[in-house]
Design a protein around this ligand. Sequence first.
Ligand SMILES: NC(=O)c1ccc[n+]([C@@H]2O[C@H](COP(=O)([O-])OP(=O)(O)OC[C@H]3O[C@@H](n4cnc5c(N)ncnc54)[C@H](O)[C@@H]3O)[C@@H](O)[C@H]2O)c1
Length: 384
Amino acid sequence: MTGSTTASTPRLRVGIVGCGNISRNHLEAFTSLGNVDVIGVCDVDITRAQATATSWNLTHAVDSVDALLALGLDIVSVCTPHPTHEEVVLAAAAAGVNVLCEKPIAVDVASAERMANACAAAGVKLGVLFQRRFWPAARALREAIDDGTLGAPVMGQVSVLLHREPEYYSADAWRGTWANDGGGVLMTQAIHYIDLLQWYMGPVSEVYGAINTFKHAAHIEVEDSASAVLKFTSGAIATLIASTAANPALGVQIRITGTTGATAELSEFPEGSDGRITIMAAGDTVTSTPAHPAGALANVGLANINAALIPHHREQIAEFVHAVTHSHDPAVTGEDATNALRILLAIYKSARTGEPVRFAPFPTNVPTAPDAVVARLDSITPVA
Ligand SMILES: NC(=O)c1ccc[n+]([C@@H]2O[C@H](COP(=O)([O-])OP(=O)(O)OC[C@H]3O[C@@H](n4cnc5c(N)ncnc54)[C@H](O)[C@@H]3O)[C@@H](O)[C@H]2O)c1
């Protein structure tokens, strides 16, 4: 099926692959739309698929993607662990079915590119879930760039200080492993905010990063904490810290300062709650919209975080359905998702080699230092 609707076929047929935690958000979103029928669900664990079909009153529960695609679909939602995304997306593309894939698109860039190429060749849409782009506050920050309030972004600061209990990692065998999670806090949590940073500040030219595991070393092999310096092809600069070892969680703050000197802060506290925006421009009174929830608990359980994200999944999923029915690119494309993945993989690479990873030249506006200053800098000798 091509996924385009006509007067005779106004309703889209949707299937969902993977019946774990996040599938509820997809089911809530798709079933709330007027022009969509969720036809069936698929999970390699058939009992999960059957339980989900029963709860949502769906006709079909199957244990293979091929069996789901054989039902005749317009859209497949991919809610499986990271390294399995490719096989599902490629199967959907081969069947001519549009695909909405959970983040991260993949755990390596070559895989992400194969997915995007297969969908492009098949003429189907590929969208990737970065539902935080749909917060009104996230959009307001983007507007503050576009309408000149901030001017061009020149400095960014991202702080992702989250809390996870050991049970978060032990609940599912794939979590916390290089093979099946593909990474730790960068791959699973910070990727949302890396995506926002590139959406606001444009293409990254260079990355220098460090990772470590401070709290969860006994039960994960990936990092629970990371930091990075990012340079952008525009000449802008930014820093990132991210961790699941914070207690209490401090949520997420993204600050963007522009050429006007004004700064916008996007804040998510507690994790999973709506984004809030504060714009600080010279002469203005500082106000946050909406206000932070009074008395919010800092450490929030995964089920509550995912439930709080439902409205934003709904927004992005509605937009994807619109992209399918009106033949335009979705708001978050496979290319956007691949770019976010490339940035975080560069942090891992830099952490491993101790060297920056450069994608493109970085324009600087710093006058050449006089010889005496260069000599002062040369006197700082790195330890071998
Ligand atoms: N957008 C967000 O904010 C958000 C939040 C949570 C999770 N996610 C993403 O959603 C995806 C799933 O996460 P989750 O927490 O729901 O995982 P989960 O482990 O709870 O569920 C995954 C399900 O997929 C099934 N599965 C595994 N391989 C399969 C295959 N090849 N075919 C069919 N079913 C298969 C498993 O049996 C399991 O039921 C991940 O990519 C994750 O990063 C995104």
